[in-house]
Ligand binder design. Structure first.
Ligand code: HEC
Length: 156
């Protein structure tokens, strides 16, 4: 009997580690800080796609080194997003464009982050292999991952 209870408890613990990804912010200060950090990460994301956008538009030439460096950074930044969005700030009154449903649809939000991670890694591969025919589509995928998330989870 005792073993059975332990088995059930263990089952519950395992389930909760799978389904729970976010933790509510513990104070208004923490909510404000984490919001500023995630916004800073997104500003760096923007800074790293600027040149890529200009390359696909043809305003600057494709540059393999920049594509490699920036895609690597985007991949790392996407992993940081994963971390900083773990703190649920939805119950605090803070200046943010993040919609509360991020923390209601965590699995889906996680998928949207992964789309950026995957697109960044693909761009890195394409640039490293020097596959010129894929430069434009690979950069396009990165931009689609921004829109894919913003449409659902960011205020206009
Ligand atoms: C998984 C979802 C997601 C992805 C992917 C994503 N964003 Fe965002 N982005 C957000 C959310 C949510 C906010 C609002 C954050 C806030 O205000 O707390 C935001 C805010 C921003 C901001 C404003 C930051 C500030 O406060 O100054 C910029 C710029 C931005 N994103 C650019 C990008 C670009 C460029 C990409 C793609 C390369 C991208 N984002 C991909 C969810 C995402």
């Amino acid at each position: 009997m005792k073993n059975k209870v332990i088995a059930i408890l263990m089952g519950c613990t395992m389930l909760s580690t799978i389904s729970v990804f976010a933790e509510p912010a513990k104070s208004a200060k923490q909510a404000k800080d984490v919001t500023q950090f995630r916004q800073a990460i997104l500003k760096l994301v923007k800074s790293n796609v600027g040149a890529l956008g200009a390359m696909t538009k043809g305003s600057i030439p494709f540059d393999i080194k920049t594509m490699q460096t920036n895609s690597l950074r985007l991949g790392q930044l996407s992993l940081m997003l994963e971390d900083y969005f773990k703190t649920d700030t939805s119950s605090f009154d803070i200046e943010t464009e993040a919609l509360d449903k991020i923390w209601e649809n965590q699995a889906d939000f996680h998928d949207k982050i992964s789309a950026l991670t995957v697109a960044a890694s693909n761009l890195n591969k394409v640039a490293t292999e020097g596959d010129t025919s894929q430069f434009k589509p690979a950069i396009g995928k990165v931009f689609r991952s921004c829109k894919g998330c913003h449409d659902d989870y960011k205020k206009d």
